[in-house]
Design a protein around this ligand. Sequence first.
Ligand SMILES: *Cc1c(COP(=O)(O)O)cnc(C)c1O
Length: 427
Amino acid sequence: MDPRRRIPSTHIVLADPRLTEASQRLGETLVKRAVDSALLSARIGELAPEQVVDAAVARLPARATGLAPVVNATGVLVHTNLGRAPLSDAAVDAIVAASGTVDVELDLTTGLRSRRGRGATTALTSAVPSAAAVHIVNNNAAALCLIATALAQGKDIIVSKGELVEIGDGFRLPDLLASTGAQLREVGTTNRTTVTDYEAALHDDTAFILKVHPSNFRIAGFTSEASVSELAELGPPVVVDIGSGLLTHEPLLPDEPDATSTLRAGAALVTASGDKLLGGPQAGLILGSEDLVERLRTHPMARAMRVDKLTLAGLEATLSGPKTPIAQCLHADPEVLRTRAAAIADAVDGAVVETEAVVGGGGAPGLTLPSFAVAIDAAFAQTLRTGNPAVLGRIRDKQLLLDLRTMAPSHDSLVVGAIQRARTACM
Ligand SMILES: *Cc1c(COP(=O)(O)O)cnc(C)c1O
């Protein structure tokens, strides 16, 4: 008899209690997909008919999303390909709490409608008292888009040639700004732009002066740029894209601009990302003068850039909660990193090596942070990258380096387990 005739039917397989439970948890589509895949393997002779149910259970996805958690052992703090900042437990908790029905636009005391997201905006103004008003949008690109649309449509934005940057993945700031119908007046040169260059470009149709922080590259050598305080003297509002979202000065990152200092220097508006050095969810922060922020908030386009309740909850908890994972990684003591690396290396027969970690696309280009990594054979890279959880390191001299600077202490045991499993799988 052809053994394939003993292959169970789909509905018999689906009746297994483990799969009916999974249907409740993951939904029928994903469970059916795992069952179909196991049945197909049986039909082509890869599985015995008796193994189909167990194989279907083994092929169930862990959750109803293809997004897989990754341990960031790359040594790049803010890694865009890994979703930038990991959130604090407080932010995760706030997001879970907000995921049901919440009072995002309702005052429960009066029963009346209230301004959306006041918790997050209050937390942001408390964190940056120099900002008279704030507005929150989807990301920093949206913040710039809204500002250009509301303030500069058909008018001029004066910007230095040295600051016409590409953010990444092909997105260029000048294209983004021009797409709003604003006119870019480029002044100065790639390496040097003076206040006089800006001054010469001023005219009646100047909407604002834009300064963009070069957050992912550095120009060194014969360079000069006009400061925010010098530009603020010229008359038109100065809008500053500080990029990484530092709210106050961070001594470890001396060249990274922050919202408080930039506003104090005379910026009318500051924009930043929520998910870089600030350590929160993806968001665009706009801080500055009351009347300009009000014009942005009430512009029709603002609605298309409105953040959802989950972002508002996560951002508020990031701003008023405990130290973020990004801040903890940034401030980690190298000696502690060495001790952690040594413990992991001991457990998995690896070596401890000295490394340099970086902030990444999120800011502080050229700056390195002293760190330590566990070095193992690069042959394990693929297995670790595709494991559960995935572990991502970097390869140097045929070795896979797992950098402790970007790993949370709770990841150490996960990484030890992942390497031990990878070893067993390779034997
Ligand atoms: C990252 C960055 C952006 C883009 O921010 P998003 O939040 O990703 O839209 C814009 N400007 C600067 C200077 C940046 O560093």
